[in-house]
Design a protein. Structure first.
Length: 191
């Protein structure tokens, strides 16, 4: 028996959570969509997670946003400032393959609660000796410290492998001049 959340209550109203891991992954996509503003992102996540009726009461939106965040992060405080080594969107094929190899679960043909998916994801096989699922092999490559490799030829080869599997950034790269301009603007407006 699990104690995974399925409803939230706000101001005396009950909202069902669409608990599918696929919905949580869609919320992750919405949260990273730079083509929409923060309000649209928030409303998109709330509607996706709790249904369109959830935005009917505007006084519930702020609390629903907090509850959505808490649900999607499993209530864990994310104070970890480490560089991410996985992206649900970019690594989805690795995730699917890893679930099949480790658990015999085809994510494309099944559904499960977001919390169960998250716990299984964190339990995927991993070994420093390379005996692990494809997702964790890729994550291990991303986390590899190239300065620890003494052989220059091997270090260069591993650098190319790291670049091949690097996480793609949604943020455009700024030139040094653009960064200086942004810093000057931020000082002017008091940020």
């Amino acid at each position: 028996m699990n104690n995974y959340p399925e409803i939230v209550e706000v101001n005396g109203r009950t909202y069902n959570i669409n608990t599918s891991f696929k919905v949580a992954l869609r919320c992750n996509e919405i949260s990273k969509d730079s083509s929409i503003d923060d309000l649209e992102r928030t409303l998109g996540i709330i509607c996706t997670l709790f249904g369109p009726e959830a935005i009917k009461y505007t006084e519930d939106i702020e609390i629903l946003s907090e509850k959505a965040y808490k649900y999607l992060t499993l209530g864990e405080e994310n104070n970890n400032r480490d560089k991410p080594d996985m992206d649900f969107i970019q690594d989805y094929d690795f995730i699917v393959t890893s679930f099949i190899s480790d658990y015999g679960i085809d994510l494309d043909t099944t559904d499960m609660h977001w919390y169960k998916f998250y716990h299984l994801l964190n339990g995927l096989s991993n070994s420093e000796n390379g005996d692990c699922c494809i997702l964790n092999r890729v994550r291990n490559i991303r986390n590899m410290n190239l300065s620890e490799i003494k052989d220059s030829k091997l270090r260069n080869e591993m650098k190319q492998v790291k670049e091949r599997f690097a996480l793609k950034s949604d943020e455009p790269k700024l030139t040094a001049e653009q960064e200086e301009s942004m810093e000057a603007l931020n000082k002017l407006i008091g940020i």
